[in-house]
Design a protein around this ligand. Structure first.
Ligand SMILES: [Zn+2]
Length: 247
């Protein structure tokens, strides 16, 4: 990262933090007044690590399930500029990292934020949570060509959409842990793993703040971009189904 870019990142973060101080807050989990996250919602974010393998075989550890309070607070963090909320997700990412227990010399590489999302937010969500969690992330993954927005795409479409979209620098001979905020189908993590291996690195696994819950085959998807919501689940879009819940 260049110094200029690092400085710009720091300014954007400071600005967002300053705005959070002058704009009245409400609980990111339930909307209660005058508190960034109320005690009840805070308890909902106590890490409950789960692990799973992506379709490409990358071991993923998640600190939380992305539902209820976690899903609402993640929307606030990603969509409303409330960078302070990154702190409440730090224990989840730390728990995921301890569960993975990577080699001591492993490098933590966040999934890069698209230029569009960075312009919109002024910060990178995985990097922000990782910094709060004390994980020494390095921006070793870069966007080679921009993929379309993944929202509303099924598993196969996501895989095709991200194929070849990332490259990795400075990972030759290194063991790399991929870091992201949310995992849905694992397509982005698989693409990151491909990029790391193509650059001579070894993938030690992935850690994410939260994983989308198992989608019940009987439940139609309501966020589908096309008409599939009317007819129920699309082929190959069942999401992660074999998560193992840890005590
Ligand atoms: Zn609350």
């Amino acid at each position: 990262m260049t110094d200029t870019r690092a400085a710009a990142d720091a300014v954007a973060r400071a600005l967002a933090d300053a705005l959070a101080l002058i704009i009245p807050v409400e609980c990111a989990g339930c909307g209660a007044a005058d508190v960034a996250l109320c005690g009840r919602c805070r308890r909902e974010l106590v890490p409950r690590p789960r692990d799973w393998r992506t379709p490409g075989g990358v071991a993923v550890h998640a600190g939380l399930t992305l539902d209820g309070v976690a899903a609402r607070a993640m929307r606030v963090l990603k969509g409303e500029g409330r960078t302070g909320i990154a702190r409440v997700f730090a224990p989840a990412l730390r728990a995921a990292a301890s569960a993975l227990d990577p080699p001591r010399d492993a490098l933590f590489a966040p999934i890069p934020t698209s230029a569009d999302a960075y312009r919109r937010r002024g910060y990178r969500v995985p990097d922000l949570v990782a910094a709060r969690a004390g994980l020494p992330v390095r921006r070793l993954l870069r966007i080679r060509r921009s993929a379309a927005d993944q929202r509303g795409l099924g598993r196969e479409a996501r895989r095709d959409n991200v194929a070849g979209s990332l490259r990795a620098d400075g990972v030759a001979g290194a063991r790399v842990v991929i870091v992201d905020d949310v995992v849905t189908t694992g397509a982005t993590l698989d693409e990151a793993a491909r990029a790391v291996r193509a650059a001579g690195g070894v993938v030690a696994g992935a850690v994410v703040v939260a994983a989308t819950p198992r989608r019940d085959a009987a439940t139609p998807r309501r966020d589908a971009a096309d008409g599939a919501a009317r007819t129920g689940l699309r082929q190959g879009d069942e999401g992660p189904v074999t998560w193992r819940i840890r005590a």
